[in-house]
Design a protein around this ligand. Structure first.
Ligand code: NAD
Length: 487
């Protein structure tokens, strides 16, 4: 059995308490994780604050920060396969995806390495003589980061990268489910040579460890990725320390297919959008909105593709759909499918949890035309697609926006002017046209409404980890005049 440690103030520690981690492909315990409690959280935050103001990090130049980030990026690239195997083992996400995604995570660190010494302050053309005024951009402070189980290295890189570029220190809380890759990543942070306390990586349970971290009085910003219900706790807890928050939450993203689209290509994108990562993707295109005249044709292509998907061990390179990460998740998906079928949704394919070991659930399509199916409103975070059809463009847009979420969306059409109208009309943080599930460190990412606030990726994300300080400097040697008049 593998034992993992957490990383506080430059040291790898076992923690007072430990808990078992289950391999979702077998349902068997394969590793033991350290559980951070409130006292560990306190130590980690104190270490981060000391590193921020008193340690060598405080004197590290922006260019040196960039060099450390480049080194970290190289180490992630060199260890991508090992990290991928750990993520696959601990979360069930297929090795085909974890290997590609973690290799790309190195590019996120490279992007922010390059940005570190380009975060500039400014000089203000102030409206007073004999006065120089400028803005310094300083690190926002100690940052608390919480991530969910899916893609922990990726979801943490979009926080750790810009925060380090900006000069912050941080405590990263891995998800209690599948924390192995992030705990292992801590060894690369150490090897890269970041001073003790700059990056602390712990894991523990949400209501204890996560809540203690989010409300800690020395935390200035909370960068959270997870579900909207947990985000409400995070925001309530931030009333304690008045930390700013950025929230990357779930989605119920529309995937619109017009009759003039290349149906084969759209079907491949839809398969990627809902069945990749076994549907455990915040951007899952989980609501197919298809023009009625091609609905049957499109569904038959999708059904064929869904039924040809290779389901199996996530550690096999040929596997396309692996297990869900936890039994809890498998139960949630099965129950929501059952509730949707009872409400009148028609099963096109899948729907039944298979016998045998592991937390598997097959690619499932629910035809929800003319049915008020809960599957159209609730996030599965699993491989389940709900389908509705439309006759007019206006109807398609109305259906697309019929949600409180607003993370991602897809539009498939050959009609350029229509594509432009829809990209303006859809209320979501990302619109993909004739493609789906493309991401890059250069492109900001984030949601509207219940999908969250704040953006990750791009230059602005690094600025979000800074705060400005306004400096006033009087350049006259004359005595200050009338002290009772504001100048
Ligand atoms: P979750 O909200 O249950 O947990 C996320 C993290 O928050 C975990 O580390 C958890 O321990 C922690 N947490 C729980 N309670 C907490 C509290 N009171 N205070 C502070 N932290 C707490 O999410 P999950 O179920 O693990 O993940 C699935 C959700 O994440 C889905 O809704 C999915 O859409 C969303 N997600 C969003 C994105 C995005 O970028 N927008 C990406 C991936 C996943």
């Amino acid at each position: 059995m593998q034992r993992f440690q957490y990383y506080i103030d430059g040291e790898f520690l076992d923690g007072e308490a430990r808990y078992p981690s289950v391999d979702p492909a077998t349902g068997l315990i394969w590793a033991e994780m350290p559980e951070a409690r409130e006292s560990d959280v306190d130590r980690a935050v104190n270490a981060a604050e000391t590193a921020l103001y008193d340690g060598p990090w405080a004197k590290t130049t922006a260019t040196q920060r960039g060099k450390l980030l480049y080194k970290l990026a190289d180490l992630v690239a060199a260890n991508a396969q090992k990290l991928a195997e750990l993520e696959t083992r601990d979360t069930g996400k297929i090795i085909r995806e974890t290997s590609a995604q973690i290799a790309y995570v190195a590019d996120y660190y490279r992007y922010y390495a390059g940005l570190a010494d380009k975060i500039e302050g400014s000089y203000l053309p102030i409206d007073k003589p004999d006065m120089d005024v400028w803005l310094r951009r300083e690190p926002i402070g100690v940052v608390a980061m919480m991530v969910p189980w899916n893609s922990q290295l990726f979801l943490s890189a979009v926080k750790i990268g810009p925060a380090l570029a900006a000069g912050c220190t941080m405590v990263v809380k891995a998800s209690e489910d599948g924390p192995a890759p992030l705990l292992e990543f801590a060894r690369l942070v150490h090897e890269a040579g970041f001073p003790a306390g700059v990056v602390n990586i712990i894991t523990g349970f949400g209501p204890s460890c996560g809540a203690a971290l989010g409300r800690h009085l020395k935390v200035a910003h909370v960068a959270f990725t997870g579900g909207p219900e947990t985000a409400r706790h995070v925001v309530r807890n931030s009333a304690e320390n008045l930390a700013s928050t950025s929230l990357e939450l779930g989605g119920k993203s529309p995937f619109i297919v017009f009759a003039d689209a290349d149906l084969e290509s759209a079907a491949n994108a839809q398969v990627a959008g809902i069945f990749a990562a076994t549907g455990q993707s915040c951007v899952a295109g989980s609501r197919l909105i298809v023009e009625r005249s091609v609905k049957d044709a499109f569904l038959s292509i999708l059904k064929r593709k869904a039924e040809a998907i290779r389901i199996g061990s996530p550690l096999e390179m040929a596997t396309e759909v692996g297990p869900l990460a936890t039994k809890r998740q498998q139960d949630h998906v099965a129950a929501l499918v059952e509730k949707s079928v009872q409400s009148g949704a028609r099963l096109v394919t899948g729907g039944q949890r298979p016998d045998g070991e592991g937390y598997y659930f097959p690619p499932t399509i629910l035809d929800c035309d003319a049915v008020a199916s809960p599957s159209l409103a609730e996030e599965f975070f699993g491989p389940v697609l709900s389908v509705v059809s439309f006759d007019t463009e206006a109807e398609a847009l109305k259906l697309a926006n019929d949600t409180r979420y607003g993370l991602a969306s897809g539009v498939f059409t050959q009609n350029l002017t229509r594509a432009h109208r829809l990209m303006k009309g859809i209320r979501a943080g990302v619109v993909w046209v004739n493609t789906y599930r493309a991401v890059s460190p250069i492109a900001p990412f984030g949601g509207f409404g219940l999908s969250g606030q704040g953006r990750e990726g791009g230059l602005a994300a690094a600025l979000d980890y800074t705060r400005t300080k306004t400096i006033w400097l009087r350049t006259s040697d004359d005595p200050i005049p009338d002290p009772f008049v504001m100048r």
